[in-house]
Design a protein around this ligand. Structure first.
Ligand code: PEP
Ligand code: MG
Length: 689
């Protein structure tokens, strides 16, 4: 570009205006070209504005420039007032005409100038329109993306003097700048570094900072003033109309990112409810069980996390919500713009992020069919889960509280096969008293009544299940450390309190107490001895005592355990992770940590054989029990009870009624001989929902 193109066309009111420049950037002035333009503009003292028709923006403000929503071919002029106005107009107009640092001629398909990840996701090619992940919960949903990066940051609403709040804000902006600098130095990818530079530019953005400072000067505390300012700018960008502005809308995400960074520096981060609009499909790197549990189910249609696997706790929660979910989804999902319309196919493990109208119509059609089938299954939900040859299976539910227990009964559940007691008390700062616990357990028992089974699992924390009021020491291998029953045996007072509270449900339902993560007979004996003392003191000695089979040692020694336990319940989620030595939440291993692996099936077979020798019953309460493909095999291996997520009860019962026990046994013996999970899955695909 030559300087000729920047010839001055006029001056008005002391301002000089450059010649119009046609914008060559394919996607307009998004964050990085805008940041480059701003960096140049800041070298001049003059006040500089970018003008398009009647719109204009401060040329020293990235957010203002992005807010113009420029598109390829727009005619822009540079207007400046000040001593160096002429030089500024010349330099900035030239930069504009040159594309502000963007490669202009290279076709999108070449390897030149790799786009930011956010842009890569928007390439309109069917191959990249679906992101894959691990099915955490089946089902189909059409909804809009809500990005969730981290906990909402709660800032102090009341501040000190405006001067003091202003200096807090300035310090936080500076600290954020340093943080990003440190991040940049760890990056090898120049494109990534450019994005971070743009983020740093946002921290110094005069319009943005001025807005926040204005709030502070009007007596707002630094936190709320900053949040209001960056949210306003982000929303302005996200609200831009037209498909051409999709990328610019995404830049709202950049502002939110930077905004949150500063906010975190201004205040302590606290867990807080995730605010969802109606019809949301939530995308997050990870969700803690309490994050997930606090989601508003009436607004949430599904979710995807880039970490975790089918056996992680978010997957369990998704199944209990009866909504589709993916774990370990492609990280590009994190770059999808807020509000993007998507089709989430849980069963196929796919997130379609640019669905065509016919894709959406097809999805709706399938959803209608599925809903009709579910309705049909519900009408028969109270029929027994009897196989065609008369063999009977108990279909019970995994629940977290009395509400879910009531739902389970309403959907035909024969009882509760797993009450995850830790969920009753995970969102509090202090340990619950015996009274509080008893009230919660009794409420679940009352929801079932004296004829139905209630299996209460004692506290199962540690590993991926932290408990705020029970800070466990940091461990190198938390899944192999103090977890499950080991925590209870370490904290006998807490264990005894829980047992006394549980025992108060005796008689109100058919009470079964179950210890999680038993690995040795000594652990079972120790836990039973403590229970016997508490039961003796309360007079409730008729309680059944069982163990979860989720560690290979327990499966291998099932016969010995069956001598001393009344029942087994197989936790396939943990049994899979411990058999295959693959962390159930590991983002890279999630697809391989598969309960259909023949080694896991053999563990289940051993458990059933051991139990049968002593006439004890075996349940499965891990995620496999809710998986239609696994059900025939589990039954064929000798499992008596399937404890499933509440919404799955009618469908699993309907499936059981279509099977014959003899066929299930043959199938189980066949698949257990196979070599890989893929082979097993292929053989069982006919049962997929
Ligand atoms: C399991 O491990 O399969 C199980 C049911 O327990 P949790 O998922 O709660 O660890
Ligand atoms: Mg477990």
């Amino acid at each position: 570009m030559t300087i000729a193109a920047t010839a001055l066309e006029g001056a008005c009111g002391g301002a000089l205006t450059g010649a119009a420049v046609r914008l060559p950037n394919a996607t307009g002035l998004h964050a990085r070209p805008a940041a480059m333009l701003v960096a140049l503009a800041k070298k001049y003292q003059s006040t500089i504005r970018l003008v398009r028709g009647t719109d204009e923006a401060n040329a020293k403000s990235v957010v203002a420039i992005m807010g113009l929503g420029t598109q390829n071919g727009d005619m822009l002029r540079v207007e400046a007032t000040g001593a160096d106005a002429l030089a500024a107009i010349g330099a900035i107009s030239a930069l504009l005409a040159d594309g502000c640092g963007e490669q202009l001629e290279a076709p999108a398909s070449t390897a030149v100038a790799p786009p930011a990840p956010a842009q890569a996701s928007l390439v309109a090619s069917p191959a990249v329109n679906a992101l894959s992940g691990v099915c955490a919960s089946p089902g189909l949903a059409v909804g809009r993306i809500v990005q969730y990066r981290q906990d909402l940051i709660v800032v102090a609403e009341a501040g000190e003097s405006p001067e003091r709040e202003r200096s807090k804000l300035e310090a936080a902006l500076m600290a954020a700048h340093k943080q990003i600098e440190a991040l940049k130095s760890g990056l090898v990818d120049p494109a990534g570094a450019k994005i971070l530079e743009a983020h740093q530019e946002l921290l110094q953005d005069p319009d943005l900072v001025e807005l926040a400072v204005a709030g502070v000067m009007q007596s707002q505390a630094a936190g709320p003033a900053w949040r209001l300012a960056f949210m306003q700018y982000a929303q302005r960008l996200e609200g831009l109309e037209g498909s051409h502005n999709a990328l610019l809308r995404e830049r709202g995400t950049d502002i939110r990112d930077v905004g949150r960074r500063v906010l975190a520096l201004l205040a302590g981060v606290k867990h807080s409810q995730i605010d969802l609009p109606q019809g949301a499909i939530l995308i997050a790197e990870e969700l803690t069980p309490s994050d997930t549990a606090s989601l508003d189910r009436s607004k949430l249609l599904g979710f995807c996390t880039t970490t975790g696997g089918a056996t992680s706790h978010v997957a369990i929660l998704a199944r209990s919500f009866g909504i589709p979910a993916l774990c370990s989804v492609d990280e590009t999902a994190l770059t999808l713009a807020e509000g993007t319309l998507v089709v989430l196919d849980g069963a196929q493990g796919l997130l379609h992020h640019s669905p065509s109208e016919s894709d959406i119509a097809r999805a709706h059609e399938r959803m209608t069919q599925q809903a009709q089938r579910r309705e049909q299954e519900k009408t028969q939900a109270n029929d027994a889960a009897m196989l065609t040859d008369g063999h009977r299976i108990e279909v019970v539910a995994n629940v977290r509280n009395a509400t879910e227990a009531r739902e389970a009964v309403a959907l035909g559940g024969a009882g509760v096969g797993l009450l995850r007691s830790e969920f009753l008390f995970d969102d509090r700062d202090t340990a619950p008293s015996e009274e509080e616990q008893a009230a919660a357990y009794v409420a679940v028992a009352d929801a079932l009544g004296p004829q139905r089974t209630l299996v209460i699992r004692t506290l199962d924390v540690g590993g991926d299940k932290p408990l705020p009021y029970l800070p466990l020491p940091k461990e190198d291998n938390p899944f192999l450390g103090l977890r499950g029953v080991r925590v209870s045996l370490e904290q006998p007072a807490m264990f005894r309190t829980q047992l006394r509270a549980i025992l108060r449900t005796a008689g109100k339902a058919r009470l079964h107490i179950m210890f999680p993560m038993i690995a040795t007979l000594e652990e079972l004996r120790e836990a039973k001895a403590i229970l016997a003392e508490e039961a003796g003191a309360t007079g409730h000695t008729d309680v059944k005592v069982g163990i979860m089979i989720e560690v290979p040692s327990a499966a291998l020694l099932a016969e010995q355990f069956a001598r001393e336990a009344d029942f087994f319940s197989i936790g396939t989620n943990d049994l899979t992770q411990y058999t295959l030595a693959m962390d159930r939440g590991h983002p890279k291993l999630a697809k391989k940590a598969d309960g259909f692996h023949p080694s896991v099936l053999k563990m289940i077979a051993l458990t059933c054989e051991g139990a049968a020798r002593h006439g004890k019953w075996v349940g499965v309460c891990g995620g496999m029990a809710s998986d239609a493909m696994a059900v025939p095999v589990l039954i064929g291996l000798g499992v008596h009870e399937l404890s499933v997520s509440v919404p799955a009860i009618p469908a699993i019962k309907a499936l059981v009624r279509r099977l014959s026990f003899a066929d299930c046994q043959r199938l189980a013996q066949e698949v257990i001989q196979l070599g890989t999970a893929t082979e097993v899955r292929a053989r069982l695909a006919i049962f997929a929902d």
